[in-house]
Design a binder for this molecule. Sequence first.
Ligand SMILES: *[C@@H]1O[C@H](CO)[C@@H](O)[C@H](O)[C@H]1NC(C)=O
Ligand SMILES: *[C@@H]1O[C@H](CO)[C@@H](O)[C@H](O)[C@H]1NC(C)=O
Ligand SMILES: *[C@@H]1O[C@H](CO)[C@@H](O)[C@H](O)[C@H]1NC(C)=O
Ligand SMILES: *[C@@H]1O[C@H](CO)[C@@H](O)[C@H](O)[C@H]1NC(C)=O
Length: 332
Amino acid sequence: LLFLLSFLFHFPCTDSNPSIVVQQNISFYLIQISSYANQSWAQNRGSAWLDELQTHGWDSETGTIIFLHTWSRGNFSNEEIVDLQLLFRVYFSGLTMEVQEQASQFQIKYPIEIQVRVGCELHSGKITKDFLHAAFNGLNFLSYQNKSWVPFPEGGIRAQKVCDLLNIYEGYKETAYYIIREVCPRSLLGILDGAKMDLQRQVRPEVWLSSSPNLQPGRLLLACHVSGFYPKPIWVMWMRGTQEQLETKQGDILPHADGTWYLRVTLDVEDKEASGLSCRVRHSSLRDQDIILYWGHGLSVILITFAVIVPLVLLIVLVLLCKKRCSYQGIP
Ligand SMILES: *[C@@H]1O[C@H](CO)[C@@H](O)[C@H](O)[C@H]1NC(C)=O
Ligand SMILES: *[C@@H]1O[C@H](CO)[C@@H](O)[C@H](O)[C@H]1NC(C)=O
Ligand SMILES: *[C@@H]1O[C@H](CO)[C@@H](O)[C@H](O)[C@H]1NC(C)=O
Ligand SMILES: *[C@@H]1O[C@H](CO)[C@@H](O)[C@H](O)[C@H]1NC(C)=O
């Protein structure tokens, strides 16, 4: 394994001087989520991200990289991609074997969850920061700093032991260094130009209101749903006139499968106080034209429609009936 890794480590690397100068800060990172349900069941999931935009997936059946956009290949050659896939495959199967062996040796309880985030950041055109963090069962476990493995305090004695062990092997350290310092900057700089269109896209949110009875009688939980927007930064507030309702509660911003976002913002109010409230949404896609939806107006629009349409239909029916009857009677 180490032989293979050190062999892979030596494939040609071009220098990673940034040729594109971008104003904003941006990061590229890989995420690994490995789940072990029992001694015989393991699943490795992998993905790559440019800030909040997913760029790559990992097909664990075939052990191949999934390129999610036309530009996701960057400027890696096919040969280099084949080598990278091999590196990830060897890593995933090696890790799975290691975890299962350690689990049975030290009677570690299943299920086991390992999460890794490794990446680099571009600041004003220069790669200035990189990181590799690993978590074990949801707690910080170890990181890679300055060419060595460092335990997190939360990881306890186990993290210390794993780091001591990993630090013995130059191959692991060099592979981590290679991913962080070569693959990451090259991926980031290689896809940035192609990704620009997708990163700069602006998608307007759809907004709707709903309510549900609160646990306490006489109160309502008003919800403002904001869905399908891009990019992620957004401002949503329940208002009374120009007054921000500070008890507004914001949920997590959740992803849609198409890369856009969803947010639900709620307000707990007395039944009687609901009318006159509005939900205000500010987002870059709207420029200065905030979306404002008034509570109760949706309902009244429907009522007004009913109030106008129902009598109108009745009237038409009556007129038609009358015409028929009238013509039977021979009266024009
Ligand atoms: C790939 O892109 C990076 C960043 O733009 C550049 O430094 C490197 O020379 C390119 N490599 C190849 C093989 O084109
Ligand atoms: C970019 O990162 C640098 C260094 O961390 C920071 O000083 C700067 O404010 C950031 N710029 C933006 C636009 O976020
Ligand atoms: C291991 O876990 C998988 C997934 O949860 C389950 O389907 C399987 O039956 C389990 N096997 C054993 C031997 O417990
Ligand atoms: C990294 O290591 C070098 C040399 O061993 C040392 O000078 C430097 O302070 C270290 N940096 C950090 C952040 O630990």
